[in-house]
Design a binder for this molecule. Sequence first.
Ligand SMILES: [Zn+2]
Ligand SMILES: [Zn+2]
Length: 250
Amino acid sequence: MAEYLASIFGTEKDKVNCSFYFKIGACRHGDRCSRIHNKPTFSQTVLILNLYCNPQNSAKSADGSHSTVSDEEMQEHYDNFFEEVFVECEDRYGEIEEMNVCDNLGDHLVGNVYIKFKYEEDAEKAVVDLNNRWFGGRAINAELSPVTDFREACCRQYEMGECTRSGFCNFMHLKPISRELRRELYGRKRKRSPARTRRRSSPARNRRSTRSRSRSKERRRDYRANSTSLERYRSHSQDKDQREGRFGRF
Ligand SMILES: [Zn+2]
Ligand SMILES: [Zn+2]
């Protein structure tokens, strides 16, 4: 019996535990789900909820008919976002095995970022710290996630370009990064170029730690105003220093 229960744990046959939460780390019923969401106490994976704002979604006109953002701009915007979060989290908390971002549109999945660290301790550290920070003008909401096997969580039809539920599918639609960025982030195998190490080390950290409260408030306001459209993102990203300051602390 125990063996049987173990074999169905987290599957659709399991009437007690929610299979969506178990596999995907998010379920559309949220706290009102009739099945149990077993929140892990240890995990390599951190879920940051609703972190990525796709400018293609926010740039839609009122009737939702068209987007003014080209695919190239879109990819660049996404790659910049991905790199910033990946590098920041790896430098600060520890080695990352993989990071994935959802392209779904449902409230429980939109912009979700899953970061799988090599070590559970690093994931734990990351959750505690991230919940005291903000990104792009919004408070970060992070939690340990039961998801460790992204193959299981992904929508197979989406990968073949055949998902008929499009953005409102309840399986992960993972947005791919460019090949160059993939090579840079995963291929560097932790041998960071001296340039990057120098750039990311002391000056930025010192600035961050000594920044006054009012200064960060001012920045937060600044980013809230700036995060709504790609138009603003464009001028904004020209100031590299500002872009790097999208992470902040309360
Ligand atoms: Zn559920
Ligand atoms: Zn799908």
